[in-house]
Design a protein around this ligand. Structure first.
Ligand code: ACO
Length: 403
């Protein structure tokens, strides 16, 4: 491997790689992707095995600590996360400053950044114990903040966490419980959410994780770095795609309209893209999309919603696109977000909250990458170069001499 860093130091050379198509920004032991084969491994373990046998908190432990936990380690980790689910009451008051119809990602990014102002008591980034507490706080408190954002958008009172529930059941409880009304979490919904969270937990140097690493490389407060990741995730080319897919399916409406929208997606003068299709790394099926498609069938059946017209439409769209020369030539396949929104919808999560759900899951990956980077003695500030294309050196022109 060519060591560009030493080349740059010795000869002032650097690569020009817009969009970082061919640049490895770091070494990492966390997640492996083979985009041609459609392989995804967390700490060496295939995503298919984790999806079948594990749960989100165990996967979180694996990503952050590098190994699967023993029963005792998992118990201690789950307890530490549960211990931190409450948020400071003053932090809750931030929501009063947001309009009820603000996008929840805007609220999430703002309130998570403000965690830097509340949880700075144990935030020496060079102290491993402080870094561990930070991890527990992020994994525990982001769901609570996300649920508060949802309740604020509805104008409903905030619902406090229930630490006797598992991670996803507690999240659903905070979303859907209403004071003075009976609410019990549907285990089908909680299991579906847990599986989606496993699949979204990490994906090596994607845009939001790279953002967290870049911000974190300056030594900034890590909650601020996580907030920058949330902002990067929001865009429709990244995590915002799950919301955009459902909007697109609703816009397409019926199978008869599929050819018209495929033609739009292929037209270079049209900004329309087939949302949930294509990936920078996968040039084959995204293994997460394959798992989610199968899961979608099962979840809809269990919830008695098998006749979901958007799912039928998505299946048909995938079938037609995969036979289309344009998509075949460019190796464009459904990605993780093509089917996830259908499941979120089926369990009652509103469209505007889809990317927030992604952020909750991905926050584990962000923490794992931040930890890995900060613990590396060779860490350097991320500081790319550029190819300057502006004017050559010229003199300041007095106002009286300008046209
Ligand atoms: N619909 C139509 N054409 C597409 C699509 C699409 N969804 N995706 C890529 N293409 C075309 C491009 O127009 C380009 O065509 P060209 O070679 O004729 O110019 C070619 O395929 C390569 O696409 P790029 O945009 O250069 O690929 P890149 O790796 O930069 O982008 C991305 C990847 C952003 C995911 C892109 O495929 C896309 O916009 N997809 C839709 C949004 C989406 O689903 N994002 C979620 C990604 S997964 C995630 O972040 C969780």
């Amino acid at each position: 491997v060519l060591n560009i860093a030493s080349l740059a130091r010795d000869h002032d050379m650097f690569t020009f790689d817009p969009g970082f198509m061919a640049t490895a920004s770091c070494e990492s032991k966390i997640t492996y992707i083979d985009g041609d084969q459609g392989i995804l491994l967390y700490r060496g373990i295939p995503i298919e095995q984790l999806a079948e046998k594990s749960n989100f908190l165990e996967v979180s432990y694996l990503l952050v600590n590098g190994e699967l936990p023993t029963a005792q380690q998992l118990g201690e980790f789950s307890h530490a996360v549960q211990y931190h689910t409450m948020i400071n009451e003053s932090l809750l008051r931030f929501f009063n400053g947001f309009q009820y119809n603000a996008h929840p990602m805007a609220m999430l990014s703002g309130v998570v950044a403000s965690m830097a102002a509340f949880y700075h008591d144990s935030m020496d980034i060079n102290n491993p114990r402080h870094r561990e507490i930070f991890a527990h706080r992020v994994i525990a408190k982001i769901p609570t903040i996300a649920a508060a954002a949802y309740k604020h958008s509805l104008g409903q009172p905030f619902v406090y966490p229930r630490n006797d529930l598992d991670y996803c059941s507690n999240l659903l409880h905070m979303f859907f419980a209403v004071p003075c009304e009976q609410y019990s979490v549907d285990p089908v919904a909680a299991q579906a959410l847990d599986l989606l969270f496993i699949l979204h937990a990490d994906h090596e140097q994607n845009a939001s994780t790279s953002t967290v690493r870049m911000a974190g490389s300056t030594g900034t407060n890590p909650y601020a770095a996580i907030s920058s990741g949330i902002s990067a995730l929001w865009g429709p080319a990244h995590g915002g795609a799950n919301e955009a897919v459902l909007a697109m399916l609703e816009q397409i409406g019926t199978v008869e309209n599929v050819p018209k929208y495929l033609a739009k997606a292929k037209d270079k003068n049209d900004h329309f893209r087939l949302m949930g299709f294509g990936h920078r790394v996968y040039k084959n099926f995204d293994p997460r999309a394959t798992i989610i498609r199968t899961m979608c069938h099962k979840v809809l059946a269990k919830l008695g919603k098998s006749d979901n017209p958007l799912f039928e439409l998505a299946l048909k769209l995938e079938e037609i696109a995969l036979k289309d020369e344009y998509f075949v030539e460019r190796k464009l396949y459904p990605n993780v977000d093509f089917y996830s929104g259908i499941i979120y919808s089926a369990i009652g999560i509103p469209q505007s909250m889809f990317t927030v759900m992604f952020a909750i899951a991905r926050s584990v990956g962000w923490v794992a990458h931040w930890q890995e980077m900060i613990a590396d003695p060779a860490m350097k500030i991320s500081r790319p170069r550029q190819i300057y294309t502006g004017p050559a050196q010229r003199d300041y022109m007095e106002m009286s001499d300008r046209g």
